[in-house]
Design a binder for this molecule. Sequence first.
Ligand code: UD1
Ligand code: UDP
Length: 366
Amino acid sequence: MSESSAIRLMAIAGARPNFMKIAPLLAEFAGRPRFEVFLVHTGQHYDELMSDGFFRDLGIRAPDANLAVGSGTHAEMTADVLRGMEPLLSAHRPDALIVVGDVNSTLAASLAAVKLDIRVAHIEAGLRSSDRGMPEEINRILTDAMSEWLFVTEPSGRENLLREGIPAEKIHFVGNVMIDTLEANLARARQMDTLERLGLAPGGYVALTLHRPSNVDDPEHLARLFAVFEEIHRDLPVVFPVHPRTRAVIEQQLRGKTPEIRIIEPLGYLDFLRLMADARLVLTDSGGVQEETTVLGVPCLTMRENTERPVTVTEGTNQIVGRDPVRIREGARRILSGSAPEGRIPELWDGAAAKRIVDVLERDLG
Ligand code: UD1
Ligand code: UDP
């Protein structure tokens, strides 16, 4: 291939849920010789268990640059990514910037690019919780407003973007890259000894994740949730890989007092997939976990007042149970006593989303 026909991209990953979204895209680009991809890790997440472990589990190559922004306030993180991205983008002048999801790194990298007249492709565009109190909702709206290609995972994404005045020709319904990664790794995950290591039996436990500011930043609310988890744990073991944000609140505001449930470190991708796949119930406030449980056919109770992923409720196994401890306990009881939604796999969540995305980019940038 002559150099003039190369398609030069820059791709961004910064936080845990970005890694499983960027992995299938990088694999697809790598299989097409015209693409040259410069990979940037912003360093928003940096613990071994929140970052490097995923690169190994998912076979992602080492980043070409790491901005090492670390933790901070929203303004600090956003500003540090902007400052870090500008010289990289100016030096490389990629044909497009690839961003995934809705974290601060997604927004900041996109803003740096559009200001330099570099076009942005947003993967997982159009999701809306209609809750502007959620930091991710601001990131979603602003990233979508700046993007040239908007790749949506579900029909609601398209409707939301059209309502916001995004031209139809920029919107592409391609499916879900996070599910590409699940499909590619489920067989390996099923071979993991996760349950043996944790002393759990298939179908004999509840898996729990919790990290949204609306649930964990107020220690009194968090303590009330912990009391419910302890109640559920008396019926069936509750296994809780604790996110570092939540860990920090426990240590700094609850004087280190953890609930009487099974507390463990954040799990790697394959271990966590195995844990979800064999759970009787998943309790979560994660975005991605709502989607993964739908594909696995495992009942999921989402401890939030809304979801930006409505197809997981209308078609999948997800139920929005809210943040009220009483409703959470009742929801869990209902499912543990055998009444769980059946669910089906949403349209185009078939493991081929990255291929569809790269087809569009190759056509438009070729
Ligand atoms: C971020 C995303 C959120 C996403 C979540 C996935 C934003 C606004 N939020 O939330 O959308 O669902 O990641 O996990 O971008 N920390 C560590 N080690 C790490 C990373 C974080 O100790 O490797 C701790 C620090 O105390 C930090 C806190 O976690 O202050 C929060 O990290 P931050 O990246 O600000 O937000 P998350 O809650 O992780
Ligand atoms: N996940 C993981 N280990 C854990 C908890 C979650 O590998 O201990 C995975 C999960 O399967 C999904 C992703 O992390 O692929 C979701 O990330 P997170 O919940 O942090 O972010 P959100 O999706 O809420 O933005």
